[in-house]
Design a protein around this ligand. Structure first.
Ligand SMILES: Cc1ncc(COP(=O)(O)O)c(C=O)c1O
Length: 201
């Protein structure tokens, strides 16, 4: 399917009750359970479905399925800001003792997250001298959980060689994450992407 078609149709079948073609906006916070057992199964993650909008919501679920399909990924998680996406991803990839190797050209608050906030939780941000593959590879060790870049850099305006950086990460058995470019296009099966800007702005 072409990207344009996926962007409009993926992840949604017209609602059988109303036949609505457009994705409905579900404004509910809570969901009804068929029984106490059904509610328990939802909370125990034994049954598929919705239990509370802060955790998942049918409207957001369509967006997540579309993004996953557009990116050729196995799944997606939508959050409200790019800063939240960064935080979620780093703490899911790394725990105490792990490090994230990053290009140095970062948005200010991403730099603060990797350089000051995550280190307090035992996750170390390591900033390479430049955004070249050699500079990145020098910092990778057995505790590296992710190689990370923001490209196009803000405010530097640098454009990273995404394919070369992805190769370095994968050669070292480490997931690669760029905030702007699809892993489908950087030919990788072990990558993460956070194309959140179009959704949050
Ligand atoms: C590269 C980059 N990362 C993160 C952010 C923060 O995004 P948000 O305000 O959605 O948290 C920005 C905002 O401009 C950005 O340019």
């Amino acid at each position: 399917m072409r990207s344009e078609t996926i962007a409009i149709h993926a992840g949604y079948e017209p609602d059988p009750a109303t036949k609505s073609v457009a994705v409905p906006i579900y404004q509910t916070a809570a969901y009804a359970f068929d029984s106490a057992d059904h509610g328990a199964a939802l909370f125990n993650l034994e049954a598929e479905g919705f239990r509370y909008s802060r955790i998942a919501n049918p409207t957001t679920a369509v967006l997540e399925k579309r993004i996953a399909e557009l990116e050729g990924g196995v799944g997606a998680l939508a959050v409200a800001t790019r800063q939240a996406a960064l935080h979620f991803t780093f703490v899911n990839l790394a725990d105490q003792g792990g490090n994230i190797v990053s290009v140095p050209q970062l948005y200010g608050t991403t730099h603060t997250l990797l350089g000051h906030i995550l280190p307090r939780q035992g996750i170390l941000g390591r900033f390479a001298e430049s955004d070249t593959p050699d500079a990145i590879e020098r910092l990778i060790d057995e505790d590296t959980k992710c190689v990370f870049a923001e490209s196009i850099g803000n405010p530097a305006g640098n454009v990273c060689d995404i394919e070369a950086l992805a190769k370095v990460a994968h050669r070292n058995g480490v997931p690669w994450w760029s905030t702007t470019r699809s892993p489908r296009r950087s030919c990788s099966s072990r990558s993460t992407t956070a194309p959140t800007s179009p959704c949050t702005r």
